[in-house]
Design a protein around this ligand. Structure first.
Ligand code: HEM
Length: 944
C-alpha cells in the first residue's frame, strides 16, 4: 500500500462516516460519493505532477460546498475554503460537514508535507550525489549516515568519537547533554547541525542565484533583468514597505514624542489576534536557530545598497536628487557584504540521463547551532559561551542580579548581569545585558532572555529543593559509563543540574513554539490540530496505541526504501506525534546507541536550515514603532509611548531595570503586532543607525537589506520559489488581489493600488511564448509554462517572475483564516518545522528521564513542576491544556497572576475577547472594556 492510500483511507473513513449520516441531505453527498469513486491521488513521482493544494471539484464540494468550488481557479490552495476552517461563519449546522472540512484540510496538508520531504531536500555539504544515486542498495533518501558529517581532526572531540576509524560514534559524556557547539546530537553523524556547518537549500540548486542565469530556463525566466541592486532595493523598500502615516509629526519616523508622550502615534496595520510578545518571540527563536553573521558583523568588504535607479520602460534609470528626497532613501548607505563559505564552481554529476550540480554555486555557513537548543541563552561556540554568566554561589544557576529597589516577587528573581568589559563584544553592545547572542538587542530580547534565565533558575531551585528533602531518591538519570546504576539526587552535581536545566528550557521553548506560538500564528482549527499532532500526536490520550504506533513508525524509519522510510513514516508519525518518537521502548538503555539515537529521521539529507527558511523568517514588519507602555495594576491605561528604537542595544537595560519585567510583559502582551503585509515596515528600521558600519551615513534600511541579502544568497524569486515548493504559479500581479473581498470595498481599492505599485517598481515586458521558464511545473492543461504565463504571445506581461520573494509573500492578501503568515511562507514552515523535531534526538529517542531526569521530563510534559497540566475550554474544544508560556510567566513573574487569569494563549492580545470559535474580532474581554487600545475605530483593524 502506498502512503497516498493511507492518507486517503483516513479520508475515505471520514467521508464515509459523514456521508452516511442520514440527516445530512445535501447535494454535497453526491460529490463525496464521486470523490471516493474517483479514487486516491497518488504521491507524485515527478516534480511537475505535484499536488498544488488544489483538489478535484468533487473533493472541494464534498469538503466545503459551493464556497470551496468558487475559489478553485485562483492560484491559492483550496483547503482554507472548506467547512469549519475559518470562524463560526464557516461552520455548517451539520457537524459531519465540519468534520469533512477540517479533516480534508489535514489530508491536504499531509500530502503537501510528504511531497515536500520528497522533493525539497538539498544538502550543500557534499551528500547530494548520494541522495540522488543511493548508497549500496539503500535509496539515497533513506541513507542515515554520511562521511561528510564526521568530526574533522581539528575538532577537540575527534579522538573521543573514534578519530579516523571507519565509523565515528559519540559516547559517554558527549551524549548526556546538549553540547556547546551542537556536535553529537546525532551520535553517528557527530558534525550534523553544529556551529559553522553549511546552510542547506530547499530548492533545486540550478534555480538558485537567478541573476547568474545558470541554465536556459532561468535565463528565459528573467530575461537579463536581475542584478544585486536591480530593481533598486531601497526604492522597493520606500515604495512597497513604508508605513503610511496619518500624522508624520506624531510618529517622527518611529522616534515618537519627547518624554515618551502618550499622544505620539505611528500608524501600522495591526493583527487583532497576535501580540507584540509574539513578534519578539520569533526573533528570539531565530537567534537560537541560525545566523549568517559572525559576532554581529559580515565580511570585510563593503558595498552600496541602492537608492540609485528606478525602472522606466524596462530599463534602470538614475533617480534625480528630487526623487531621492521625495522617496527618503539614502544613496550614501553601505553595508558589509555577506560572508561566503565557498563560491568555487560546484562539481556536476550525471544520473538517469540528467546532469546535476553537487551543491549550490555559493554556500554559506550557519554560525549558530541549527538545533533547538536555546543556544541564544547558553552559547554556540567558545566565544559566545564567555558571555554566559553562571552564579558563583551555585554554578547550576545562571547569574541574576536582584535590584536594590526590587518591588515584586518577579524582581526578587533578579535580572541578567551586564556584559563585562572583558567579555567578547562589539563596541555597539556596550551596556547591554549579557547573553550568548547579543546582536539586534532591544527590550524584546532583554525580555525573553530574562524570562528564560529566571525559568532556568526556577528549575534548579526545584531540583535542589527536592534533592535536599530526598537525597537518596532516584533522579531518573543514568550514566552511560555505568548505565545500570541508579543516579541519586545527592550525586547530581552543579554542572549536571545546569545542563539538565538547559535541556528543560530548550524543550519548553520548543513546546511553546509548537503548540502555543504557531497555533496563534496560524489561528484556525486545522492548524491547531496539526500542531498539537506534531508535538503529542493525534492519539495523545491513548497511551497504548501511541506506543504501538511509535514502534511501527520507528521501524519504518529504518527501511532502505525511501517511500517507506519517509512518506509512510511522515503520514503515520502524526499518530504518536514527533516528540518522544523512539523513546517509548521497553528496557531503553542509555548505553545502547540504537536506543539513544534510534528515533530520529533526517529523510536522507543531513539537517540544517535552508537559505529559503531564513528568507521567510525576515519578519521585520511584525515590529511596531512605538510600544504602548502600561504598568500594573492599572493594566487598562497606556501611560507612555516608548519607541522600540529608544530601547536598541545598551539602552534596553535602563528601560528594563527602571520599569520592570512584568510591566513589559503586560505592555507587549496587550499590544497587537504588525501584520505581515506590504507598506507595513517599521519606520525606524528603514533609518536605523548602526555604529559599527564604515559608511558615510552609518545608517541602513533593514527592509532593503532583507532584499539584498536574499539576492546575495541566491534565493529564487517568488514565482519559481512557489513552484519549487509545489505551489501554483501566478500569472501577473493581479493574482494578488483577494477574490473574497467585496469589489466595492476600500480594502479592494487598496489592493488594486498596491498591484499598480508592484507593476511600477518591477515593470512589464513583451513576452515570448517560445521561452520555457521552468521545469518544476506544468500548466493545468499539462503544457510547459512559458514567458507569457498563459497570456497571448507578444503581449505585455508583468515581471512577476522577478519579484523578490520577500515582496511576494508580503503581497499575498489571500490567506487562510487567521494566518499571520502567507501560504508561501507556510509551506517552507511545514517542511522545516517538523524536520527540526524529527532530526533532534533530544526531542525523539533521547526524550527520556535517563537524559532529562524524572523531574526534567515531567517539567516539560506538565509545563512546570505541577503534577498535572491545567485544562481549559478553547475554541470549541471542551478541555485543552493551558498554554505553557503562561505557566512560565506565572513562575517568573507571579505578580502577573490577575492579568493572566483569563489568558488562554499568551500570544493572543491579553485583553481581547477570544469569542467562541477562532474569531478575529477586536473587542475587549470582561474587565478590559476601558482598555484604551479598544477605543480606536474598528476600521483600523483590518484582517491580515
Ligand atoms: C527591533 C528589532 C530588530 C532589529 C533591530 C533587527 C535588526 C536586524 C538586522 C540589522 C539584520 C541584518 C543583518 C545583516 O544581514 O547584516 C537582521 C536580520 C534578520 N532579522 Fe532582524 N531585527 C529585528 C527584529 C527581527 C524580528 C522580529 C525578526 C523575526 C523573525 C527578525 C528576523 C531577522 C532575520 C531572519 C534576519 C536574517 C538573519 C541572518 O541572515 O542570519 N528580526 N535583523
Amino acid at each position: 500500500m502506498r502512503p497516498a492510500i493511507i492518507a486517503a483511507s483516513i479520508c475515505s473513513l471520514t467521508l464515509v462516516t459523514s456521508c452516511g449520516w442520514l440527516s445530512d441531505h445535501t447535494p454535497d453527498l453526491v460529490s463525496c460519493a464521486t470523490e471516493i469513486a474517483e479514487g486516491v491521488r497518488p504521491i507524485a513521482d515527478s516534480r511537475p505532477d505535484r499536488f498544488h493544494g488544489k483538489v478535484q471539484a468533487n473533493t472541494a464540494k464534498c469538503r466545503g460546498g459551493s464556497n470551496a468550488i468558487a475559489y478553485r481557479e485562483v492560484p491559492w490552495t483550496d483547503w482554507s475554503n472548506y467547512w469549519a476552517t475559518r470562524d463560526n461563519g464557516s461552520k455548517s449546522l451539520f457537524a459531519t460537514k465540519n468534520l469533512r472540512g477540517v479533516n480534508g484540510s489535514l489530508i491536504d496538508l499531509e500530502y503537501a508535507r510528504v511531497e515536500l520531504i520528497k522533493f525539497n531536500l538539498f544538502d550543500n555539504s557534499g551528500t547530494y550525489q548520494r541522495y540522488v544515486n543511493g548508497d549500496n542498495g539503500t535509496d539515497g533518501a533513506a541513507v542515515r549516515t554520511w562521511p561528510e558529517m564526521r568530526l574533522p581532526p581539528t575538532n577537540p572531540a575527534f579522538a573521543a568519537v573514534g578519530g579516523a576509524a571507519a565509523e565515528q560514534h559519540c559516547k559517554g559524556e558527549l551524549i548526556r547533554y546538549r553540547t556547546l557547539g551542537g556536535i553529537c546530537n546525532d551520535t553517528q553523524n557527530p558534525l550534523m547541525g553544529s556551529s559553522g556547518t553549511l546552510f542547506a537549500r530547499n530548492v533545486q540548486f540550478e534555480t538558485t542565484f537567478p541573476d547568474r542565469g545558470l541554465d536556459e530556463t532561468t535565463r528565459n525566466r528573467h530575461g537579463g533583468r536581475l542584478a544585486l541592486l536591480s530593481p533598486d532595493p531601497q526604492v522597493i523598500s520606500r515604495k512597497l514597505f513604508t508605513r503610511a502615516q496619518s500624522d508624520s509629526a506624531s510618529c517622527n519616523d518611529g522616534y515618537g514624542k519627547p518624554g515618551y508622550a502618550k499622544d505620539a502615534n505611528c500608524d501600522y496595520k495591526k493583527a487583532p489576534f497576535f501580540n507584540v510578545l509574539a513578534a519578539f518571540w520569533i526573533q528570539f527563536m531565530t537567534h537560537d536557530w541560525f545566523s549568517h553573521l559572525e559576532e554581529g558583523h559580515n565580511a570585510p568588504q563593503y558595498m552600496a545598497v541602492g537608492c540609485a535607479t528606478k525602472r522606466v520602460n524596462g530599463a534602470d534609470t538614475p533617480l534625480s536628487p528630487d526623487e531621492v528626497t521625495k522617496l527618503g532613501c539614502r544613496p550614501g548607505d553601505q553595508i558589509d557584504r555577506a560572508f561566503v563559505a565557498d563560491s568555487s564552481a560546484p562539481k556536476k554529476f550525471a544520473s538517469g540521463g540528467r546532469e546535476y550540480l553537487t551543491r549550490a554555486p555559493s554556500v554559506f555557513k550557519n554560525s549558530n547551532t541549527a538545533w533547538w537548543d536555546a543556544s541564544q541563552i547558553y552559547g554556540y561556540d567558545d566565544i559566545s559561551a564567555k558571555r554566559v554568566k553562571r552564579d558563583p554561589a551555585d554554578r547550576a544557576r545562571l547569574a541574576m542580579v536582584v535590584p536594590p529597589n526590587a518591588k515584586t516577587a518577579g524582581d526578587r528573581q533578579g535580572y541578567l548581569p551586564l556584559l563585562a568589559t572583558s567579555d567578547p563584544q562589539l563596541p555597539d553592545w556596550a551596556g547591554q545585558e549579557s547573553a550568548a547572542f547579543p546582536d539586534n538587542w532591544t527590550i524584546g530580547m532583554s525580555f525573553y532572555h530574562n524570562v528564560f534565565s529566571r525559568e532556568h533558575n526556577q528549575f534548579v531551585s526545584a531540583f535542589r529543593a527536592y534533592a535536599f528533602e530526598h537525597p537518596d531518591d532516584d533522579s531518573g538519570l543514568r550514566d552511560p559509563a555505568n548505565p545500570h546504576a541508579i543516579v541519586r539526587y545527592r550525586n547530581v552535581n552543579a554542572d549536571q543540574i545546569y545542563e539538565l536545566a538547559r535541556l528543560v528550557v530548550a524543550a519548553e521553548i520548543a513546546k511553546i513554539h509548537t503548540i502555543e506560538w504557531t497555533p496563534q500564528l496560524l489561528y484556525d482549527e486545522p492548524l491547531f490540530r496539526g500542531m498539537n499532532a506534531n508535538w503529542s500526536g493525534v492519539v495523545q490520550h491513548d497511551t497504548s496505541i501511541k506506543v504501538l504506533l511509535a514502534d511501527v513508525v520507528n521501524h519504518l524509519a529504518k527501511s532502505n526504501k525511501a517511500t517507506v522510510a519517509n512518506s509512510w513514516y511522515s503520514v503515520l508519525a502524526s499518530g504518536p506525534g514527533i516528540v518522544g518518537l523512539g523513546s517509548q521502548k521497553e528496557n531503553w538503555d542509555v548505553s545502547n546507541e540504537a536506543d539513544v539515537n534510534g528515533g530520529t529521521n533526517h529523510f536522507g539529507s543531513p539537517f540544517n536550515f535552508p537559505e529559503e527558511f531564513v528568507s521567510v523568517y525576515r519578519l521585520h514588519a511584525l515590529v511596531p514603532d512605538l510600544l504602548e507602555y502600561r504598568e500594573l495594576p492599572t493594566a487598562n491605561a497606556i501611560s507612555a509611548k516608548i519607541p522600540v528604537i529608544e530601547t536598541f542595544r545598551g539602552r534596553a537595560t535602563g528601560f528594563m531595570h527602571d520599569r520592570g519585567l512584568s510591566n513589559w510583559a503586560l505592555t507587549m502582551g496587550r499590544q497587537r503586532l504588525g501584520v505581515l503585509a506590504l507598506q507595513n515596515h517599521p519606520r525606524f528600521m528603514q533609518n536605523i543607525k548602526i555604529d559599527r558600519l564604515h559608511s558615510p551615513t552609518k545608517q541602513i534600511d533593514i527592509a532593503a537589506l532583507d532584499i539584498i541579502r536574499d539576492r546575495e544568497r541566491g534565493v529564487p524569486r517568488f514565482n519559481e520559489f512557489r513552484r519549487q515548493y509545489g505551489l501554483r504559479t501566478l500569472t501577473g500581479f493581479d493574482d494578488f488581489i483577494d477574490q473574497h473581498v467585496d469589489k466595492k470595498s476600500a480594502d479592494y481599492a487598496e489592493q488594486q493600488k498596491l498591484v499598480a505599485t508592484l507593476r511600477e517598481v518591477y515593470g512589464q515586458h513583451k513576452c515570448d511564448a517560445k521561452k520555457v521558464i521552468t521545469h518544476a511545473q506544468l500548466t493545468a492543461a499539462g503544457d510547459s509554462i512559458t514567458d507569457c504565463l498563459g497570456h497571448a504571445d507578444g503581449s505585455m506581461v508583468d515581471n512577476v517572475e522577478d519579484l523578490d520573494t520577500v515582496v511576494g509573500w508580503l503581497a499575498e492578501t489571500t490567506r487562510p483564516h487567521g494566518f499571520a503568515i502567507s501560504e508561501t511562507q507556510f509551506v517552507v514552515f511545514i517542511l522545516n518545522a517538523s524536520r527540526r523535531l524529527y532530526s533532534d534526538r533530544f526531542f525523539t529517542s533521547s526524550f527520556r528521564p535517563e537524559i532529562y531526569s524524572t523531574m526534567g521530563y515531567n517539567w516539560v510534559n506538565n509545563n512546570g513542576p505541577m503534577a498535572q497540566v491545567e485544562r481549559v475550554p478553547i475554541n470549541g474544544h471542551a478541555s485543552q491544556p493551558v498554554s505553557p508560556l503562561k505557566r512560565v510567566l506565572l513562575r517568573t513573574m507571579p505578580e502577573l497572576a490577575p492579568e493572566l487569569d483569563q489568558v488562554q494563549n499568551a500570544f493572543d492580545p491579553w485583553a481581547r475577547d477570544r469569542g467562541e470559535y477562532y474569531t478575529l474580532n477586536w473587542s475587549p474581554r470582561k474587565g478590559a472594556e476601558n482598555d484604551e487600545a479598544f477605543r480606536r475605530p474598528l476600521a483600523e483593524t483590518r484582517r491580515p
